[in-house]
Design a protein around this ligand. Structure first.
Ligand code: FES
Ligand code: FE
Length: 446
């Protein structure tokens, strides 16, 4: 239920390409976001490779709140709020590990990895009259979704299935989360999670990776520094023709479409790396056929999970902390079967590209942080942001589903689609209304 009386549609005017600065700086709006967006949408929680064995756990976040992703003794995956049902203490204060129980340090209640309350210190003497322990297990999410190794959850039992929530953006996951050779033999995390805090609103990050094609100008210095795996000028390898794609669910993806005859010898650091990527490319052609050349370069799944699906292959969750503070969590993927030398080569490239030490990420963070600070003032808030590039020009593409613009440098359609959906979450009270709104807009250009 909404607790404030503003209408998000008055602040987000996608038909005019204007969005109020209030949605990026106003704490009341942020408070509303926590209930309307983060308590209802599907959120990325972790990856299967982080909980391989029974008892493995990984402490993640959903919005501001700490959650435990764990695999119980029977092998089932669970996600619990990391808060004791007795008096709220955090029951797990480690980042990851393996356990049979989560024992709360406050009054020593113990919870099994399936969430059941299995131990209460001095239960017979201290807790009279007795209570039904089966009613006091850990608070569990309403639904869990697993897709190609990624694990998601929602607190809302009425939310659609995860695959319906993804909609046609599934196409990006199918081509981007598979092994680099296009097989389903799998990817794994390289190390663990990089975490750091930035003084900006979380939506700057989400819209950037949903497809802000115009900001690449701010990476000119790192392009000159030749950050890419090829060592040539640029940050990444050549992605061919760029295709910008928006989805009515609020997701946005940038695809690169490369000619199928292209080789991958530009990964020329050594014969091993070069041969590996060429081998993968040859296999990709066999495994994916005409889709092999279509690669999701970067995208955002609404609201706050962003990914790069080529090289680099990395995933970022922008966990909100307040209107002007966000905790960024980034993980990096490699193919399980890649030679060690390839994994080392990619680790070094990923770290110089992204994360708190990554030069490209530093450019982006500087923009988001200063934009947030410079939009907080009384005078600044009077002028909306400009999102007018390529208004209403999107159409259909022969292979890539969604609302497509093939000239991405002339369109801000993906940020507009993201904010249109954001406004619907903020204004509409139920999932049935959200689904109706999504159907009404469908694939119309934005
Ligand atoms: Fe956890 Fe009391 S708060 S046992
Ligand atoms: Fe950038």
């Amino acid at each position: 239920m909404k607790s404030t009386d503003f209408s998000a549609c008055d602040l987000v005017k996608t038909a005019e390409g204007e969005i109020s600065r209030e949605i990026f700086v106003n704490e009341n709006i942020y408070e509303e976001e926590k209930a309307q967006v983060f308590a209802r949408s599907w959120l990325y929680v972790g990856h299967e490779s982080q909980i391989k064995k029974p008892g493995d756990f990984f402490v993640s976040k959903m919005g501001e709140e700490s959650v435990i992703l764990t695999r119980d003794q029977k092998g089932e995956v669970h996600i619990f709020l990391n808060s004791c049902t007795h008096r709220g203490m955090k029951v797990c204060r480690y980042d990851e590990g393996n356990t049979r129980t989560f024992t709360c340090p406050y009054h020593a209640w113990s919870f099994a990895t399936d969430g059941q309350l299995v131990g209460v210190q001095d239960y017979e003497n201290a807790y009279q009259p007795p209570f039904d322990k089966s009613e006091w297990g850990l608070i569990e999410v309403a639904q869990i979704g697993q897709y190609m190794g990624t694990i998601w959850a929602t607190w809302d039992k009425d939310a659609p299935s995860f695959e319906d929530y993804l909609g046609d953006a599934k196409f990006a996951f199918d081509l981007g989360l598979c092994a680099w050779d296009g097989s389903d033999s799998g990817t794994e995390l390289l190390g663990s999670v990089q975490k750091w805090i930035v003084p900006c609103n979380w939506k700057f990050i989400a819209e950037n990776f949903a497809g802000d094609a115009l900001h690449v100008v701010s990476h000119r210095s790192v392009d000159l520094a030749r950050l890419g795996p090829s060592g040539k000028e640029g940050r990444r390898d050549d992605y061919g023709k760029l295709v910008l794609t928006a989805y009515p669910q609020g997701h946005g993806v940038f695809f690169g479409v490369v000619p199928l005859g292209q080789t991958r010898t530009e990964y020329a650091e050594s014969k091993i790396t070069s041969d590996y990527f060429q081998h993968c490319w040859n296999q990709r052609l066999k495994n994916l056929g005409e889709n092999a050349g279509t690669c999701p370069v970067v995208g955002t799944i609404f609201p706050n999970m962003s990914f790069h699906a080529q090289q680099p292959r990395t995933l970022l969750v922008s966990h909100p902390r307040s209107a002007n503070e966000t905790e960024m969590w980034r993980v990096y993927f490699v193919d399980k079967k890649a030679p060690d030398e390839v994994k080392k080569f990619l680790r070094e490239y990923y770290i110089r590209y992204a994360g708190p030490a990554g030069m490209t990420e530093q450019d982006d963070m500087e923009n988001w942080n200063y934009a947030t600070a410079a939009s907080e003032g009384t005078i600044a808030r009077r002028k909306p942001y400009h999102y007018k590039a390529g208004l209403g020009v999107g159409g259909k593409h022969k292979t890539v589903p969604g609302i497509v613009t093939e000239h991405p440098v002339t369109s801000e359609q993906n940020p507009r689609a993201f904010y249109q959906r954001w406004a619907e979450y903020m204004d509409l009270g139920s999932w049935s209304e959200l689904i109706d709104a999504q159907k009404i807009r469908g694939g119309a250009p934005i």
